[in-house]
Structure formats: C-alpha cells, structure tokens
Design a protein. Sequence first.
Length: 613
Amino acid sequence: MSAKPSIFIRILTILWNTINGTRKVILNLFFFGFLAIVIVALSSDDMPVVEDGSALVLDLAGAVVEQKRQIDPIEAVMKNGKANDGSGEILLSELIHTIDNAASDKRISSIVLDVGHLQWTGISKLQSIGDALSRFKESGKPITAIGNWYGQNQYFLASFADTIYLNTQGSVEINGLSRYRQYYKSALDKLKIKAHVFRVGTFKSAVEPFLRDDMSDAAKQANTELLGDIWSSYEATVAKNRNINPEDIVLSADRYISELDKAKGRSSDMALNMGWVDKLVSAEQFRLDMIAQVGEASDGDQYKQISFYDYQTLVQEQPPLIIEDAVGIVVAKGNILNGNQPAGQIGGESTSALLRKARFDETVKAVVLRVDSPGGSAFASEQIRQEVLALKAANKPVVVSMGSYAASGGYWISASADYIFATPTTLTGSIGIFGMVTTFEDSLASIGIHTDGVATSDWAGFSTTKGISEDLKAIIQRHIERGYHDFISLVANERDMDLEQVDGIAQGRVWSGKKALELGLVDELGDLDVAITKAAELAKLEKFDTQLIEQELTPQEQFIQEMFATVSVYLPMSSQQGGMLEQLLSQFSHIAEEFNAFDDPNGVYLYCDTCNF
C-alpha cells in the first residue's frame, strides 16, 4: 500500500525537476544572451565620430512617420536600426531636427541624400523634409543626391539637392498618381453573401466595392480632381527645384518613346538629357567625386562622412530639465480605434488620456494636436473631440496641425480646435458616414445550413447567419442619417457656416489642404512649427518650451528601451535584407490593420478610404 504513494511522489519529483530545469535553461539562455549583447556594447570602441568637414549621409530607410509604433526592444536591436531596412520607421520631427542641427554644425560640410530604401511617405511629410533641406542650403552648404534608381517619392526629395547623381545603369521613374481598387459585388453574389450598406454622402465611396464592380462616376470625378490637385503641387515643386518645365516631368507615351530613342534606349542617358539628373556615375566615380569635395576619411578609403543614424545619436534633442510654460504636443496617428491603443495608433481611451494629461499639467498652457489619420470609429472620434472641448474649457488653446491626412474621423477630432493648419497636400474633409452589416444566410443555405429559433423581440433575434429585417435596416439607416447630420452640424457650428453650405462640400468628398483652405475647412496652410507658434500666440506666451505628451513606460520598460537603444548604436550593421516572406507578412499586417479599423460599438464609421492611394 505504501509503495504506490512513493512511486507517485517520485514521478511528480522527476516531472517537477524536468520543468524546473527547462525553466532555468531558458532563463539562463536569455540572461546570458542579454549579457553578451551588453558586453559587446560596452567593450566596443566604435563610437560615432564626426571629422571636420564631414558629409552627413541621410541614408533614409523605411517610412517617415509622425509617431513610431511601439516595438519589441530586442527585435529592434536584432534588426539594428542602422541597417537599410525598408520596414523601419523614421520619426519626422527627429529627421528635421537632425537636418537643422547639421546646418549650424561646423563639422558638417554638406549633405548626401541616399534615399534608395525610403518607402511610402506622404507628400506633405516629404515637403516638410524638403523645407528643412532648403534651410540647410541657405547656410551655404551643398546637398548632393545619389541613387541607383529614383522612384517618385525618392526623386521628390532628390530634387531639393544641388546636384543629382545617378548610376550609369539607373533610371528615374515618375508616373503620376492613380487610384485603383478591387470590387467584390460579383464575387459576393456568387458566394451568396449579402452586404447591407448604410451611408450618407454621394462621395462616400468606402463601401462601393461591396455594392459595385466598378468605380462610380461620382467617385471618379472626385478622385480625378483630388489627384490632379495633389499632383500639381508635386510638379510645381520639382519643376521649380530642377528649373525644368512641369510638362517635362511625366511624359506622354509617344514622347517617352521618342526621348528614349534619342538616348539609344538607355534610361540613365534619357534622365540626363531631360534634366532630371546632373551626372551619371559608377559607385567608384561617386566615391572619388566626394573625396574631391569633402576629403578622404582618416580611417579608410571612403570620403569623410557620418550616417544619419550615428549623427542622430550625437545630436538627439533632450527635453529641458525644468519646464515652465510649455506648448504640449499630442500626436494622433493612424486609424481611430476604440479603447487603449499602443504608441503609433489612436485609441478612444488612450488618446483621450493624453489630452487629459495635458489639461491637468499646469506647465502646459496650450496644445497642438498633430493629426495624421484617415479616421475610423465614430464613437472613439467623439471621445477624443470631447477632450479637445475640455481643454478649451480649461482656457488652454488647441491648435490642430494636419499631416498627410486628417479626414473623416481625423477631421471630426480636428473640427473643434481653435485654429487648424493643413499642408497644401493634406487630404482632409471626407465629411460623411457609413455602416455595413454582412449576412450569410443564403451562402449557408446553399450548403445546407439554416438558422432558426425564437426570441423575445425582433432585435434579440438578429444574427449574421439569419439575415436582417427591413425594420432593422430602416433603424440603422436612421442612425447613419443622424450621424451625418451631427457631422455637418458640428462643422457648421465650429467653422461658422450654415448647414447647406457644409452639406455642399461634405457628402464624403475628400479635399486637398489647399482646396480645404478655400472652402473654409482649415484656417491656414503651414507645418507643425507654425502651428506651435500659433498655439503659443493664442496662449499669450512670449517664452515657452515644447513638451511631447506621450504614453509613459513603466520604469522596467523604460530601462529596457534605453538599454537596448544604447546597445544598438554599437552593434555591427546587419547585412540581412528583408526577404519575400517578410514583405508578404508586412502586407498581411497592413490588411489586418485596415480590418481593425472597423471596431465601432455602434457599427458607425467616419473613415476615408480614398486617403490610402
């Protein structure tokens, strides 16, 4: 009898020892791995050094953003931010600060633009970077651009350079703007899936793919005018920077073939002939040209240079130790979702908490809300707007600074501000509203699945597998109509217009910032710095600091972030480039983010799909 408990205890002991041993091994592996990284960092003597006369190499990789997403610090170190990793993010404010600092840094003699790995970045952000590059040139220091190939975004920035170099086998590809998407009506019909759409607004085309197999005439008209407006700004800037005619930027098919024939089929020669670039060089010839321009580095065969990522660590702006009067900056970037969202996204609760933090901070006398959002949940948008109203009620002026887009819900959270700035190419407006319910009763019935039962009311019996009654459809449509009325009433009240006037420019239509100024949807064209100055003026501040108000990390998270940030500076640059699998995962991640935008508890959305061209 006593042997059985003894065997049982022995088995439990062995099992526990196995689990405990495995736990220790895993913890030790993590600890010693972390320790090895720290040792590498502390033992490294590869400190960034700026030689006198160095060129600052803006080797920009990834996307330029208003606010970085929260990422795993270990992942960040393993990827190493100094590598040309196209999946990374560059903070716009830090990039501009770095360029402005280099303008007054006597050690920096010039800038080299290497933007081959720059990913999609809105033209308004590119313009802000270009403005900083123009300020740099005003210091008397030259800018040189180098590329094996220039896409449309890359070339826009390169046009601000004094000299543009292109690889002898390279090309410049400028195609203009387009707006195409997939339409699903026929596919839904074949699958017997019913998309019940509720909307107000002739131009609210976000739901068209579920209702049609092609773009409506109204959507084509609006998109054509919007793209033309944005593209005219692109052409005007590039033409002025390069001193060429706007019609020489995007060529007709016949002229393109003619110019290519003149260059004997070589794209690089055509780019030179058209005045798009100034010189065709090999990598070796560019190295020699730069050595002649800035001198040879003391520790190698390259020209004197420092990378953007190394230079940024040396000149990183530190917040003042003692903040007196300040203009607080709250960033609202991404889709507007409900609840608490991590840094780099907008949450009804989390973004409201940041605005509330600014309201209760006695040092913050005014707030700039930096909006870079196509919208999302109507409920979360209103939560955020209510906090804007609370700030104003606390006698703290609120100024909105619009980034690449501030449309639909992005405009809703902006409308009640004391003053609104946009850039000429900001996508804004999209004052409309929609709801959608997808039901599968016919699809399931076709394979022999049916839904039946009883309920105490018509509403309790609703199910996506059972269908939707005409009465419920009518109720949902009434809610949508009320939401649209609330939207145009909000705009009319805040922008001092009448309802008919707002309705005429609403209907879900998207406008450029330049056109929005003409229509009275914004007050002035300008960037973030201008908005900060305006906020200080409204608060009657002569001297002030700026204070970025963001989500606070726990002491443990802060320690880990700072430790890994320090370590990453000294780690050797990763040579691994993103593969096909990583690119596919990135695409799926983007799709998942779009689906996450539809989380409103009432099923009502203020969302601008046109903003994602």
